[in-house]
Write a new protein. Structure first.
Length: 334
């Protein structure tokens, strides 16, 4: 088995990305089968626990207070309401529950409540993931103590293109938060969005940034832009499904052991296009009726797709969460 690489150049990534599509998917599937159960996909449910009013100006996001999108600022959901949603997600087959909050960074009592949400989700036997913006070292440590399985903090795009998308938070700010959670033994969930006016080299540069991490991210969400009215990116043309397939396949080859998540944009894909994404190495989806504030294929449609294609949902992996918790305990001891 080939060793993991952390030294991909943009030129190398671009050469992979630009292979004839069938050849690229074939190579990606070969890599996928060496490291993952074929035909198995993890079901994750994403809940917006605090919607709207975010002070960041991310050009793609309808929750930004800088954009007039009709998304109203709401308070943080109660712990009981979040755990009720988590129970429904578990009953529907999800094994990871992801909680997103429209913040620059968590503070005060709200952060204490998020810790209780994490503990409650873990008590249900589910993996717990959170995306809460930037974190301090202390906050990352407390999330680890609460049992957080993974922390999502996307790079979104390449370093070169980043300033055209966000001005309120730097690229290095994002990398510093990722480093903080990784040092606490929390699995890193980090990916990006295509269709925001970036070049193919920008897409490949983002994948290189992820692949240079040691270790590679535990999960890599690949999103296609959902162009929302009122955001600076409204009116952008939809991403061609083949472009999404290429990104998934390239990510799979560059980061063999990562869980590659087919994320935003899936609602616009045909069943056939989704299957091609799974062939290219995607082995996780967001499962439910909504992704934060945008649509998602409904549960029954996903069940039918999995049944017809012979795809098996991945069962809960408590041993993975236990490994993360043990890693955090070890870090505290040294």
């Amino acid at each position: 088995m080939q060793p993991m690489r952390h030294d991909f150049s943009v030129k190398e990534a671009r050469a992979l990305h630009d292979l004839p599509l069938l050849e690229l998917v074939f190579r990606a599937q070969e890599v996928h089968r060496r490291h993952h159960q074929p035909g198995a996909v993890q079901l994750c449910t994403l809940l917006s626990v605090k919607t709207g009013g975010c002070p960041e100006d991310c050009a793609y996001c309808p929750q930004s207070a800088h954009h007039e999108t009709g998304v109203k600022a709401e308070r943080l959901m109660s712990v009981d309401d979040v755990l009720s949603k988590a129970r429904v997600a578990k009953d529907n087959g999800a094994t990871r529950f992801c909680m997103g909050a429209a913040w620059r960074n968590p503070r005060g009592k709200d952060f204490e409540n998020v810790l209780d949400m994490v503990k409650g989700v873990r008590d249900l036997g589910m993996e717990a993931c959170a995306t809460l913006g930037m974190l301090t070292d202390e906050q990352a440590g407390r999330l680890a103590d609460a049992g957080l399985t993974a922390y999502n903090h996307n790079l979104d795009t390449s370093r070169a293109h980043y300033k055209k998308i966000i001005s309120t938070r730097s690229y290095d700010d994002r990398l510093e938060t990722l480093d903080r959670v990784a040092k606490q033994g929390i699995s890193v969930c980090c990916g990006g969005i295509i269709g925001m006016g970036e070049s193919i080299d920008d897409r490949c540069a983002m994948l290189c940034e992820l692949a240079h991490m040691r270790p590679h991210p535990g999960s890599v969400p690949i999103n296609a832009l959902a162009a929302v009215d009122g955001t600076p990116l409204e009116g952008r043309m939809p991403v061609d499904p083949f472009e999404l397939v290429r990104m998934i396949a390239t990510a799979r080859i560059m980061m063999p052991t990562a869980v590659v998540r087919l994320s935003a944009g899936r609602e616009a894909l045909s069943r056939e296009a989704q299957l091609l994404c799974f062939m290219a190495g995607a082995n996780s989806i967001f499962y439910g009726d909504k992704l934060l504030t945008t649509g998602n294929p409904d549960v029954e449609a996903d069940r039918a797709l999995f049944r017809d294609a012979g795809i098996t949902p991945i069962e809960a992996r408590p041993e993975a969460s236990e490994h993360i918790h043990n890693a955090h305990a070890h870090l505290q001891a040294v």
